[in-house]
Design a protein around this ligand. Sequence first.
Ligand SMILES: Cc1cc2nc3c(=O)[nH]c(=O)nc-3n(C[C@H](O)[C@H](O)[C@H](O)COP(=O)(O)O)c2cc1C
Length: 185
Amino acid sequence: MKKIIMILSVLLAISLSACSQKKTATKMEQKVLVAYFSATGTTKAAARQLAEVAGADLYEIKPEQPYTDADLDWQNKQSRSSVEMQDKHSRPAISGKLQNMNEYNVVYVGFPIWWYTAPTIINTFLETYDFKGKTVIPFATSGGSSIQKACADLAAAYPEINWKEGKLLNRTSKVDLQKWVERNR
Ligand SMILES: Cc1cc2nc3c(=O)[nH]c(=O)nc-3n(C[C@H](O)[C@H](O)[C@H](O)COP(=O)(O)O)c2cc1C
């Protein structure tokens, strides 16, 4: 009987220690957020796919005042997007606020390329939260331009953020997305 009790206590101790090890491993896992702004839906689709592959939560950066087709007319110098993009200090307001940003340690930030860079609402987003200690990874969709200038502009504007290399997600295959996400872990 004594022997059985001893064996049972050893088994209990082993299972308890396995449990606590599992807890520690979970704690150390990254909590990932995919935050994106999308005016016409292309970046939204890319963001959804990225969030699925990365096992991340998804957050849409919604402008307080949605962009109309006329606002997005890049051929009109007086359109809202043209005016905003010509003004380095423009900070279009975002509707609502993410309450649990402090829980994330990796944040993918997605946007359409506007005038070769990130729309200024991305500046609003980056200035709304404290990104200290977080890794921030840009992604974008475009009509053909690369993401390089957007990444350089963001890194120059927010040098305190720990940036990782960004990626243009125009027609990116799921396999490529998986490889990129894996490299970012
Ligand atoms: C105001 C404005 C400026 C744009 N500037 C560029 C540009 O400089 N280079 C480019 O390749 N595409 C440019 N585009 C195209 C968008 O980047 C592209 O259509 C993007 O996929 C749209 O994403 P969304 O549907 O998530 O808004 C521009 C679009 C708009 C509305």
